[in-house]
Design a binder for this molecule. Structure first.
Ligand code: NAD
Length: 420
């Protein structure tokens, strides 16, 4: 097989190794396997913006479409200092499997700009987003590729993208992005969707494992869109949230944190650090604290070979994309830890993005209760399919989830054939 050195990164090597393993298990047609190893297209752009201080600074941005066998591409936009082509390509590939697994009519994409959004003013972020959107405009569109928020981006970013795209079309095109504010065609429940999906899969896991979720001790790494919502909903459902962290560090209280008060503290100070009534600890220490459920919901490669043995949780539910390295995955598996993989655990976001896109195309909006009940049904169905396949094949949940996702995409290629 040809080496895809253009896309080389640790995460991409992991994604390829996962695909190769799953392809072997599925006895995948080698010609289709070869196609799945490469992104369909990848664009690298420079994004020059005038900074508040008056000078011009150039940032590097990417948009990668991994696969279009099942429909237009879908995937988040990430603003982070570590963004590079290999990482974005790997994340686009993961999105392909995630959309396949969740039975959505999409292929996977991902975008990113290498920057530290916390160091940019609101005006600089707006310039960055608008110029990036203009640079990738040939690749996006409501039937083409539909970005959404990810690490470091939010509803406001999506509103700027939607406005920039719409200005070039001479009309409003809400369907070009999802995760928009409600007032311009966003969906009820989108902001909470990924965190809510995590809770739904945890309920299914608890049922299969014969546990009660109520009263379980939970540690959450990352207190952004995904982590804060997961923490709040689990806390509301009677879990004891003993530790939480973000870029500023962690806070720990074995008797449980009051998540509403913690949210107020973050709104005021910008970080969970310094929350009164809790002890400070580092992000690394937080992961190793005694708990039942660990929710990594920040960045990739947090559970590694060097700390996996010290993870005390019996269930790890991956809110973030790629938080567990393959070596750590094997160590956790050997110790009987249940790892609910990213492609399944954090799929609530793309599922409700799909709902938002459908509502936008129909100009007909659903009630939040309809959205949450449909989300719950889809998450539960996917979890149960993955659980049953894992039992049948004698594999872990990640392998089973990827088998489901890859199988559907490969089937799309088989029936479509190869052009020309
Ligand atoms: P976000 O920017 O809203 O929040 C990220 C959080 O992680 C923040 O609290 C930040 O302070 C913290 N953080 C950043 N770097 C950290 C570090 N090195 N150590 C500890 N904490 C750190 O992002 P988000 O949308 O919540 O995304 C978090 C993860 O979930 C990402 O991996 C993303 O790809 C994944 N994800 C997000 C969605 C979504 O709908 N937003 C969907 C699927 C997957």
């Amino acid at each position: 097989m040809v080496d895809s050195q253009e896309f080389d990164s640790e995460l991409h090597r992991t994604a390829l190794a996962q695909l190769d393993r799953v392809a072997a298990r599925l006895h995948l047609d080698p010609d289709i396997h070869e196609r799945l190893r490469f992104p369909r297209r990848a664009l690298v752009v420079s994004v020059p913006i005038r900074m508040d201080a008056g000078r011009t600074q150039v940032f590097i941005g990417y948009r990668v479409h991994h696969n279009t066998a099942l429909g237009p591409t879908k995937g988040g936009l990430r603003y982070h200092e570590d963004v590079n082509l290999g990482e974005v390509t790997a994340l686009a590939m993961l999105m392909t499997w995630k959309c396949g697994l969740m039975e959505l009519p999409y292929g996977g994409a991902k975008g990113g700009v290498r920057c530290n959004p916390r160091e940019l003013s609101r005006a600089e972020l707006e310039h960055l987003t608008r110029r990036y959107t203009a640079e990738i405009i040939l690749l996006i569109g409501p039937d083409h590729d539909i970005p959404a928020p990810d690490l470091g981006t939010d509803e406001q970013t999506m509103a700027w993208m939607m406005d920039t795209y719409s200005m070039t079309q001479g009309k409003s095109v809400p369907g070009v992005v999802t995760g928009k504010p409600l007032i311009i065609g966003g969906s009820a429940g989108r902001r909470e969707a990924t965190g809510r999906g995590i809770v739904y899969v945890l309920y299914q896991a608890a049922r299969h494992l014969g546990h009660e979720l109520r009263g379980r001790k939970v540690v959450v790494q990352g207190f952004g869109n995904v982590g804060s919502v997961a923490a709040r909903l689990l806390w509301r459902d009677g879990c004891v949230i003993t530790g939480v962290s973000d870029f500023g560090g962690g806070v720990w209280n074995p008797a449980g944190l009051d998540i509403r008060q913690l949210e107020a503290h973050v709104a005021e100070s910008g970080s969970v650090a310094g929350f009164p009534g809790a002890d400070p600890l580092t992000n690394a220490d937080l992961l190793e604290q005694p708990c039942d459920i660990l929710v990594p919901a920040a960045v990739g490669s947090q559970i590694r070979e060097d700390n996996a043995e010290r993870i005390k949780a019996s269930v790890v539910v991956e809110g973030a994309n790629g938080p567990t390295t393959p070596e750590a995955d094997a160590l956790l598996h050997d110790r009987g830890v249940t790892v609910i993989p990213d492609v399944l655990a954090n799929a609530g976001g793309v599922v409700v993005s799909y709902f938002e896109w459908v509502q936008g195309l129909q100009y007909y909006f659903w009630k939040e209760s309809e959205i949450t009940s449909r989300l719950q049904e889809i998450m539960a169905r996917a979890f149960n399919r993955v659980w049953a396949l894992a039992r049948k094949e004698g594999v872990d949940l990640r392998t089973a989830a990827l088998m489901e996702g890859v199988r559907r995409v490969a089937e799309g290629h088989r029936v479509r054939g190869l052009y020309p």
